[in-house]
Design a protein around this ligand. Structure first.
Ligand code: B16
Ligand code: MG
Length: 217
C-alpha cells in the first residue's frame, strides 16, 4: 500500500524554470553567448554547474574553475532575487490541495529537487511544514536520471520503495523514480510518452481519488 510521496519541485509544485531561464539568459548575454529556447528546455532538472557547462559549451572559450564558480554564483545571486518574489499564489494549480489532503490523511512527503534553493522556495510558498524532509543536493554524487536523489528522498520517509509514489514532470526524473523502485507519477507533455499508469495532463488533475482510480484500472 502507498504510504508516502516524493516530490520534484520545479514543474510539479511551482514553476521556477522561468526564473532559472531568466537568470541564465542574463549571464549568457553578459558572456556574449547565445541562449536558444531549446537550451532553456534542456536545463530543466539539471544541476547548477552542469547547467553552466551546457551554456559555456555554446561558445569556444575555456574558463578556469574559479571563473566558473564565479559565473555560477553570479547566476544564483540573480536567481535568488527573483525567487524572493514567490508567494503561495505561485503554487501550481491543485497542488496545495493535494499536498494538504495527503498530509491530513496521514501520508508522508519529502522533496527530491536538484535545487540548493529548495528550502527557500518551500518557505516562500508556505509549504515547509508539509514535508518531512528535503534531500540536500550537495550530498549527491549523480543527478537525475540517476535514482540516488529519489532513494534518499524515500529514506527520509522511512518507507520501502513499494510504498512510495514519486511525482515528476521530466523524463529524467521519471526514470530516476522507477530505478529507485518507486511508482512514478508523471505530469504534463514532457512525460506523456513514458507509458505511465499514473500520468496526468496537468497538476490540477493530481488528486488521491484520481490516483486510486488509475491504480485499480
Ligand atoms: P539551484 P528541480 C532544478 O530543480 C531546476 O530544474 C534546474 O533548472 C536547476 O539548475 C537545478 O534545480 C539546480 O538549482 O541552482 O537552485 O541549486 O527540477 O530538480 O526541482
Ligand atoms: Mg521538474
Amino acid at each position: 500500500d502507498i504510504k508516502g510521496f516524493t516530490f520534484d519541485l520545479d514543474g510539479v509544485i511551482t514553476d521556477t524554470a522561468k526564473f532559472h531561464e531568466q537568470a541564465w539568459h542574463a549571464l549568457a548575454t553578459e558572456l556574449s553567448l547565445p541562449f536558444p529556447d531549446e537550451l532553456a528546455r534542456q536545463l530543466k532538472g539539471i544541476s547548477r554547474m552542469d547547467s553552466l557547462q551546457m551554456i559555456l559549451d555554446q561558445g569556444d572559450k575555456s574558463y578556469t574553475d574559479d571563473e566558473k564558480a564565479n559565473f555560477a554564483a553570479r547566476k544564483n545571486k540573480h536567481y535568488v532575487t527573483l525567487i524572493t518574489g514567490l508567494t503561495p499564489n505561485d503554487i501550481l494549480p491543485g497542488m496545495f490541495d493535494f499536498i494538504a489532503d495527503i498530509k491530513q490523511k496521514g501520508y508522508v512527503a519529502s522533496i527530491a529537487s536538484a535545487s540548493k534553493n529548495a528550502p527557500t522556495i518551500l518557505k516562500q510558498l508556505g509549504l515547509t511544514d508539509y514535508f518531512i524532509g528535503i534531500v540536500d543536493p550537495s550530498t549527491l554524487a549523480h543527478g537525475k536520471p540517476n535514482p540516488e536523489i529519489y532513494v534518499k528522498a524515500g529514506e527520509l520517509l522511512k518507507l520501502a520503495p513499494q510504498q512510495i509514489i514519486g511525482l515528476e514532470d521530466a523524463s529524467a526524473g521519471v526514470k530516476a523514480i522507477q530505478d529507485a523502485g518507486q511508482t512514478a507519477l508523471g505530469i504534463g507533455p514532457a512525460v506523456s510518452q513514458d507509458n505511465l499508469q499514473l500520468w496526468f495532463a496537468d497538476t490540477a488533475s493530481v488528486t488521491l481519488d484520481n490516483i486510486k482510480q488509475k491504480l485499480t484500472q
